[in-house]
Design a protein around this ligand. Sequence first.
Ligand code: UT7
Length: 367
Amino acid sequence: MRRATITGWGRCVPPAVLTNSDLATVMDTSDDWISTRTGIKERRISHTETSDMAAVAGRHALAAAGLEPEQIDLLIVATCTPDRLIPSAASYVQTKLGATAAACLDVNAACSGFVYGLAIANGMIATGGFNRILLIGAERLSMLLDAEERSTAVLFGDGAGAVVIEPAQGDDGVLAVTLGTDGALADKLTVAGFGTERTVGGDEELFKLVMDGQEIFRHAVTRMGESATKVADEAGLELEELDLLIPHQANTRIIDATARRLKMPYEKVFLNIASYGNTSAASIPIALSEAIELGRVRPGANLVMVAFGGGLTWGAVALRFADRVTPLAMSTAALPPTDKTGLELFAEVQEERRRRRGAPPAKSGRG
Ligand code: UT7
């Protein structure tokens, strides 16, 4: 059976930064609370659609793999914030990239989306039908945030990360995969008003992310620990053979607990949550591309990527990285520039929420 391996990687983080201190000017929160409880210092806010970020990340990954867009035969976008309900974000990305030979689909497993997408890509390579897959995790979660839900609004940010997946030539590639879902807990993290039930309710409020933070936290600690341990066991990797853990960047306290469960020393855990917050399906591919650039992924490194998210979903992939950890080429792709600050972009969404609720516009200071 053919094994899938990563041959290209890239990311796109929007330029506008929203710091904890910025948020504290419009919400009842503080840099101290957010930093201590989550490890987040700032996040990026996008001025463009999810598919724009996805296409830029995709161009970087294609360049790193030395491929042209037309050579891709399957394009998967892991996202829970597509531009529209129909078509898939992947269809837009196909056109933006010119990946005209690719079949396109989205995967929605919330924050576990990239791990689910990697598992699907692995299966598609293993069965022999597909040879060059572009998998992108991309999210514009800032559109779902409500300043009145302070425990949720401070957690999330926007961005995209991408990988190219091809059949392995050596002993590198995906070693083991584990996935799971507990649909009985589906309402613990949800965005209502964006699907078919929308026609029943008649609620005009802009759709927003609502979650039971403590319940999610408890399940995240259990499921991330369990699935990372399981996938390492199934891959036959001893603790000392694991080179790097790339966890979903949701909360440093959840990551600490996962690393403890795996008995991973902290220097073998990749963290960038301070800069981007939780970017859901984009979190692991952004982290992976940064880890490679920073020299944290050596040739042939054994990695475990593990995620948890709405659904409730969870999953992990153990992967031996290829010998090449340098890009074959570089792309200059970037988002169009913006003059707006992160706070201005965040405020625009909040203004739209107020308008739909029929509330008066915010004057200044705390909204
Ligand atoms: O990818 C999966 C996505 N979801 C997650 O990762 C969420 C997982 N859950 C969490 O990360 C944590 O549960 C949170 C960060 C959301 C909350 O942390 P916590 O330690 O569970 O705090 P808490 O909900 O127990 O709240 C403690 C206090 C409360 O005040 P009182 O009742 O003790 O007076 C909250 O009202 O902190 C208050 N609080 C805040 N204070 C300042 C909640 N949010 C904030 C805030 N700023 N943003």
